[in-house]
Design a protein around this ligand. Structure first.
Ligand SMILES: Cc1cc2nc3c(=O)[nH]c(=O)nc-3n(C[C@H](O)[C@H](O)[C@H](O)COP(=O)(O)OP(=O)(O)OC[C@H]3O[C@@H](n4cnc5c(N)ncnc54)[C@H](O)[C@@H]3O)c2cc1C
Length: 360
């Protein structure tokens, strides 16, 4: 037995789970077939909010709101343990293009989200939009730095991290996982957590039962502008711009069901460039630094599975966070750690149990 708990996948969800379980006193190992945080975690935009919150039902909202509540203290601790600043900041979100602002305003009032009128410096961005909605409490984080901070914080807590070690299969015996076969031999633990993002179903095989986690490609453009050129996150009709403190601006994203294809396309580049220039007309191709894509762990209704396997006693899944894995990460890890410890949950975790029927 190499450790108490073996986590498969060193993305945001695997690393966040590792931190929570190590803090509970478990000896934890995390194994990833590539670089730490190198998949969806690296590719994401790091907005800590659903887009848009009022478009989702209470099952998604409960987890994103718990995540948002935990984020400030949680990230302070990660910063202190790792010495890395993942650039968490409340940059605010300006929502444009709402045809009817009433549902958004009602939702904000019901969930205690401040939504004052946009301050004067944002008026040029809002232009002639009849109903701009300003949400100053929405925060962001810089994904690659988050992954680095989580990695170092895990090591600080004694978590063993094995990168470039592919898990080939789960080894099963008598209703239990007895090890995972890897490119470097069998790894064993008392319990196993599958946090393999878009690849979760591939590893579960027929044991996935009704769990449906599938890849959804998202493409992003990265621009470099003068710092402060864009003061806040801007969302309009399915697209967003996210400003980083050093002047980089992300334009995202696409939602494409193209299997495991991580290519980028000229169509997405043209659409995202046109959107970016609508919001910031001064941005041009000369400011474009990079285009990339990532594979989100898609799930029906954006509802992740955070649960023990119904038949394989010592196997847990924390996966399928789709568009909001970074937002949901601390809340999901909290649910997982409480499950393993047999503690009461802070929120009703029943909706994230192993699904009984496909599509939930
Ligand atoms: C373009 C884009 C924009 C996004 N924007 C946001 C946003 O603004 N806000 C937000 O909250 N979320 C956002 N997301 C979603 C968020 O990034 C994901 O929900 C989150 O990263 C999922 O984390 P994860 O750890 O489950 O998956 P991943 O980060 O994909 O990690 C899974 C890990 O498992 C490993 N793995 C897979 N198979 C194996 C195997 N056989 N053996 C060993 N290791 C294996 C992989 O190598 C990988 O490192 C975005 C995603 C994309 C792509």
């Amino acid at each position: 037995m190499n450790s108490d708990i073996l986590i498969i996948g060193a993305g945001t969800i695997g690393l966040t789970s590792a931190l929570a379980l190590a803090q509970d006193g478990h000896r934890v190992t995390v194994v990833d077939r590539g670089a730490v945080g190198g998949e969806s975690t690296w590719a994401g935009a790091g907005i800590l909010s659903p887009l848009l919150p009022w478009d989702y039902g209470p099952v998604v909202t409960r987890l994103t709101e718990r995540g948002r509540q935990l984020w400030p203290a949680w990230i302070d601790e990660i910063r202190a343990r790792s010495g890395v600043d993942p650039e968490y900041r409340e940059s605010g979100l300006l929502v444009l293009g709402l045809s009817d602002p009433a549902p958004a305003r009602d939702w904000c009032a019901a969930h205690a989200w401040p939504h004052p009128p946009p301050p004067p410096e944002l008026r040029p961005l809002a232009g002639r939009d009849p109903h701009p909605l300003w949400l100053p409490g929405v925060a962001q984080v810089r994904n690659p730095r988050l992954a680095q901070a989580l990695h170092l914080a895990c090591r600080h807590l004694g978590v063993t991290i094995l990168s470039d070690v592919p898990v080939l299969a789960l080894s099963l015996d008598a209703g239990k996982v007895v090890g995972v076969e890897t490119g470097q031999g069998l790894l064993q633990a008392g319990a196993y957590v599958l946090a393999a993002g878009a690849w979760t179903n591939a590893l579960l095989g027929r044991h996935a039962q009704a769990v449906e986690i599938f890849p959804v490609r998202g493409q992003i453009l990265l621009f470099k502008a003068a710092p402060g050129r864009l003061p806040c996150i801007v969302y309009r009709e399915g697209h967003y711009l996210v400003p980083r403190s050093d002047g980089h601006i992300l334009a995202g994203s696409t939602l494409e069901r193209v299997g495991y294809d991580k290519g980028v396309t000229a169509e997405a580049r043209a659409a995202l460039l046109a959107f970016a220039r609508q919001v910031l007309p001064a941005l041009g191709e000369r400011d474009l630094v990079r285009q990339w894509s990532g594979l989100r762990p898609g799930s029906p209704g954006n509802v992740p599975t955070i649960a023990r396997h119904p038949e394989l006693d010592n196997l847990y899944v924390n996966g399928g966070h789709f568009r909001y894995g970074v937002t949901m990460a601390p809340a999901s890890a909290e649910i997982l750690a409480n499950l393993l410890a047999g503690r009461a949950q802070a929120i009703d975790a029943a909706p994230y149990a192993w699904p009984v029927t496909a599509g939930r």
